[in-house]
Write a protein that binds this ligand. Sequence first.
Ligand SMILES: C[S@@+](CC[C@H](N)C(=O)[O-])C[C@H]1O[C@@H](n2cnc3c(N)ncnc32)[C@H](O)[C@@H]1O
Length: 254
Amino acid sequence: MSVASTLASEMDRAQLYGLFHQGKDYGADARRIRDLLLSHGVDRGRILEGACGTGSYLEPLAKHYQVLGFDADPQMVQAACARLPRAQIWEGDLRHFEVSPPVHATLMLFGALCYLSLPEVKLAAQCMHRALRPGGLALVEPWVGPQEFVGGEPHMAVIDLSELKVVRQVVTRREGSLAHVDFHYLVAQTGTQVQHLVDANTLHLHPRDELLKAVLAAGFALESQVDGLMAGSPLWVLRASESPSMGGSSHDGV
Ligand SMILES: C[S@@+](CC[C@H](N)C(=O)[O-])C[C@H]1O[C@@H](n2cnc3c(N)ncnc32)[C@H](O)[C@@H]1O
């Protein structure tokens, strides 16, 4: 996202997300995803990304596939729609999504499932299974587990452009198996008051084996495990069983 060209008088979450992830090489990541899909037999067709954010993975993948995506945050959805005007992008929840006709592959990247508790992960995996054609592929990249996350550390990132200065600070906090990552932004733009925004995130620290088990229970087999797009994370390549998902309705309670 070109921040300078998209500035509103008040920045929203999607703009801030784009600003602080502009150094992330989504193009290189998308090439790795494409290679993985190809090596597992998905050379064309429909690809769905859950928690797609501003659509940064979907944009390069749209050269090869019909891409679909959803996100819970309306501002992220709006940004993704602007990036991909011809794609099907909607406001949706990982725990309760449906898509028809089914897709060839689903993507849950950048730790998407860490927003969910384990029972919710099971619901999401059931939705993922139902969203796939029989034998379809799911790529899942988990976030850090309880061993890796310490908490209590301060972090700061700064954007320093001529007409826009943003400081993002966070002191991460751990509460049992939950990680609180509340980003505080101070945004200074030409001709405006300094804006203070808080983006509060509560993330689940799932042990990797428990997370994988919860996903497999929906009717997936682990076909391979490769290095993830994030340093230190694996990426699971899962094949949906040919038979219908063992899960119940996508609208089951948690
Ligand atoms: C770290 S961002 C990743 C976005 C995108 N995949 C990327 O890599 O740029 C995580 C996204 O998950 C979305 N999200 C969190 N909980 C969700 C839920 N229950 N259902 C759908 N999206 C969710 C957030 O709104 C956010 O856009």
